[in-house]
Each structure stands twice: as structure tokens, then as C-alpha cells.
Design a protein. Structure first.
Length: 115
């Protein structure tokens, strides 16, 4: 059974930083594409960042230069370092793992950025 468990969300002031973690189990983590998505109320879920098994990264334009995705295959964990946070970054952030065309999702963690 695949489980993705996010942590690290919270309330932060604009300009601050947060680091999200997603611990995976039940999946061949090192072969998986891992991603962070976010969904604000009334909006569609959108890609924030993703990292391939080989370490190639991709970012949404809105977070380039501010967010960094990384992975630790020894710990089966993917991270999202978020700097220079803005109120518009406030959302529920979800971790996604993709392996052989199957997508697995975590339960989400709330990030709230106050102005």
C-alpha cells in the first residue's frame, strides 16, 4: 500500500520560508517522479514543482527562483524549500508520486502566508 505523508506546512509572514517534506512508503521511490502540487479554494490543482528519478526538475513560472524541490532516495523523502513566500502562495500543498503511469497522492498540508 502506497502512502505519501506531507509535513511542514503552517502559517508564515510574507517574505518568510517554509520547508515541506513528503515521506513515501510502499513505492519504489528511487524510480518515481515526485511532485508538489497546490490547490487554493475555488481553484484547480496546479503543479508547483517536480523532480524525476534522475534529478531533473521542473517548476511553475510563479515559483521559479523562490522554491526548490529536492529528493533524498535513502530516506524516501521529497522536499520543497519555499523562500520569499507571498500571500498568493497560500494553498493546500499535495505531494504526488508517479510510477509506471500510476499517480499516488498525499493528504495535503496547509500553507498560509499572511501579508
Amino acid at each position: 500500500q502506497v502512502q505519501l505523508v506531507e509535513s511542514g506546512g503552517g502559517l508564515v509572514q510574507a517574505g518568510g520560508s517554509l520547508r515541506l517534506s513528503c515521506a513515501a512508503s510502499g513505492i519504489i521511490f528511487r524510480l518515481s517522479v515526485m511532485g508538489w502540487y497546490r490547490q487554493a479554494p475555488g481553484k484547480q490543482r496546479e503543479l508547483v514543482a517536480e523532480i524525476t528519478s534522475g534529478g531533473t526538475t521542473n517548476y511553475a513560472d510563479s515559483v521559479k527562483g523562490r522554491f526548490t524541490i529536492s529528493r533524498d532516495n535513502a530516506k524516501n523523502t521529497v522536499y520543497l524549500q519555499m523562500n520569499s513566500l507571498k500571500p498568493e502562495d497560500s494553498s493546500v500543498y499535495y505531494c504526488r508520486g508517479t510510477l509506471r503511469l500510476y499517480n499516488y497522492w498525499g493528504q495535503g498540508t496547509q500553507v498560509t502566508v499572511s501579508s
